[in-house]
Design a protein around this ligand. Structure first.
Ligand code: AMP
Ligand code: GLY
Length: 420
C-alpha cells in the first residue's frame, strides 16, 4: 500500500514510522509533514486542511490509504472530501468529528445515550452565563464550544473566578475558537486517563490507554499546552480499567452513533476523569492524541497499515495485540512554549540515543544545515522498557544524551513524566 499521513506533528511522525514499518506498506507520504516524516518518506506541500487538494493528489499518486492526524483536518471535512474521491480514509467525517469539534454536541450526545459525564449548562451570552452559574456549585469548568487548540477550557475554584473568565470571554467578544456558545459544567474530582478505540463504522476495538501531562511545568504547574509527555499503560487505576470504560462509555457511544445513522471511522479518544464513582467523560477527541500516539504506537503489535486499512474499509476483524512493555514519551519544546515561540536552526538529523529510544519530530523542516525547528513542540523522545520505571529511565537517559549533543540549545522539557 501507498499510505498518506495528514498532519505535521510528532504524532504524525510516529504514525509514519509505524506505517512504514508495516509489511503491507510500500511507501509513506505526509502532507504537509515535518523533518521526521521527510526522512521516512516523501512530504507533499499540501495543507492538512485542504480536502480538495489532498483528494486530487491522492488520486494522482495512487494512494491506497489516507490517515488523518489532526482535529483541524477532520473539522475541515478532509475525511468527507477523501471518501467522496474514493480514497480509503482512516479518520472520521465532519459529522462524527463533532464529538470533538463541538463540546455542546458531545454533551448532548452523551446525555441522549446515557454516557457518564458532568452535568452542564449551555449559555450564549454573559447574562445567561451568570444566571446559569446560580445552578452550579462554586467549582466549575468553563468550556468554549469549538476547537481552540487547548485554550478553550478554564477550570475555576470559585464563583468570582468563573465570572471573571466569562466576563473576559464575552466582554472582549472573543470566545476561544470563535462563536458565542459556552458550556458551564460541574467540576469532576479524580485522576485523568485516556482510553482509545479503533472504529470501522460499526465495530469498535480497544486500542489501549495512556496518561498525558498537559501543563507546561513540573508538578502540573504553568499554562496548559498541547501535551508535554505521556505514558502507557496507565498506572494506579483498576486492573480492568479498559473493560469498565468499554462497558460504561464506548459501547453506549457506539450504539448511539449507529442509532443516529453515523458511521464513525477512525480513533475515538475518550478523555476521562476517574472519580469515586468510576469513569466520567471530560472530552472526546476524534483522533489519536499528541503525545499519546507516540507512546501507544510503539506498543501495538502486527501490521498497523493493514489494521488501519481494515478500519477504513469497514472490515475490522481480530483484536489488536499490545506488547506488555511500557512506553514513556517526553516532549521537548522551544523555550517559552506555549507562550512566545523561538525557533532553532541546524539541529542534527541523527542522534544516537540508545536502542530503546526513538525520536519523533514535531514542528520542524529540513533546512540547509540540518533540521530547523519552527517553534513549539520540537520532538518527543519515546522509550520502551519492561515496566514504567524502566521505560522512564530509558526515556530520560535518551533526553539527557540528546540535550548534551544539542549543546546549550534552547529546549525545555518536564522532568516528571510518568513519576508517581
Ligand atoms: P478538555 O480540553 O476538555 O480536555 O479540558 C482540558 C482540561 O480541563 C482537562 O484535561 C481537565 O484537566 C480539565 N477539565 C475539563 N473538564 C473538567 C471537569 N468537568 N472537571 C474537572 N476538570 C476538567
Ligand atoms: N494530548 C492531548 C491531545 O492530543 O488532545
Amino acid at each position: 500500500m501507498r499510505v498518506l499521513v495528514i498532519g505535521n506533528g510528532a504524532r504524525e511522525d510516529a504514525l509514519s514510522w509505524r506505517l512504514a514499518a508495516s509489511p503491507s506498506c510500500e511507501a509513506v507520504f505526509a502532507a504537509p509533514g515535518n523533518a521526521g516524516t521527510a526522512m521516512r518518506g516523501v512530504n507533499w506541500d499540501v495543507s492538512a486542511t485542504d480536502g480538495r487538494a489532498l483528494a486530487q493528489r491522492c488520486i494522482d499518486e495512487r494512494i491506497d490509504l489516507a490517515v488523518i492526524g489532526p482535529e483541524t483536518a477532520i473539522a475541515a471535512g478532509v475525511g468527507d472530501r477523501l471518501r467522496e474521491a474514493g480514497v480509503a480514509t482512516f479518520g472520521p467525517d465532519r459529522s462524527c468529528g463533532r464529538l470533538e469539534s463541538s463540546k455542546i454536541f458531545a454533551k448532548r450526545f452523551m446525555e441522549r445515550h446515557g454516557v457518564p459525564t458532568a452535568r452542564a449548562s449551555v449559555v450564549h451570552s454573559l447574562d445567561g452565563a451568570f444566571r446559569a452559574l446560580e445552578h452550579h456549585g462554586e467549582r466549575v469548568a468553563i468550556k468554549a464550544d469549538g476547537l481552540a487548540a487547548g485554550k478553550g477550557v478554564v477550570v475555576v475554584d470559585d464563583r468570582d473566578e468563573a465570572k471573571a473568565t466569562l466576563a473576559r470571554w464575552y466582554g472582549a467578544g472573543h470566545i476561544p475558537g470563535g462563536g458565542s456558545d459556552v458550556l458551564i459544567e460541574e467540576r469532576l474530582e479524580g485522576r485523568e486517563v485516556s482510553v482509545f478505540a479503533i472504529c470501522d463504522g460499526e465495530r469498535f476495538l480497544p486500542f489501549g490507554s495512556a496518561c498525558d501531562y498537559k501543563r507546561a511545568g513540573d508538578g502540573d504547574t504553568g499554562p496548559n499546552t498541547g501535551g508535554m509527555g505521556a505514558y502507557s499503560p496507565p498506572q494506579g487505576f483498576p486492573e480492568d480499567l479498559e473493560a469498565i470504560v468499554w462497558e460504561r462509555i464506548v459501547e453506549p457511544v457506539r450504539r448511539g452513533l449507529l442509532a443516529e445513522g453515523e458511521r464513525y471511522v477512525g480513533v475515538l479518544y475518550c478523555g476521562l476523569m476517574w472519580t469515586s464513582d468510576g469513569p466520567y467523560v471530560i472530552e472526546f477527541n476524534a483522533r489519536l492524541g499528541d503525545p499519546e500516539a507516540q507512546v501507544l504506537l510503539p506498543r501495538v503489535e502486527g501490521d498497523v497499515a493493514a489494521l488501519l486499512h481494515s478500519a477504513a474499509t469497514g472490515s475490522l476483524r481480530e483484536s489488536i495485540a499490545f506488547s506488555s512493555d511500557a512506553c514513556v514519551g517526553v516532549v521537548l519544546a522551544t523555550a517559552g512554549y506555549p507562550g512566545s515561540s523561538t525557533s532553532l536552526r541546524g539541529l542534527p538529523k541523527h542522534v544516537e540515543i540508545g536502542s530503546e529510544c526513538r525520536i519523533f519530530w514535531g514542528n520542524s523542516v529540513i533546512g540547509d544545515a540540518g533540521i530547523d525547528a519552527t517553534g513549539g513542540r520540537v520532538m518527543t523522545v519515546t522509550a520502551t522498557g519492561s515496566d514504567i520505571l524502566a521505560a522512564r529511565e530509558n526515556a530520560y537517559s535518551g533526553v539527557r544524551t540528546l540535550a548534551s549533543q544539542l549543546g546549550s540549545r534552547d529546549l525545555t522539557y518536564r522532568t516528571d513524566i510518568a513519576v508517581g
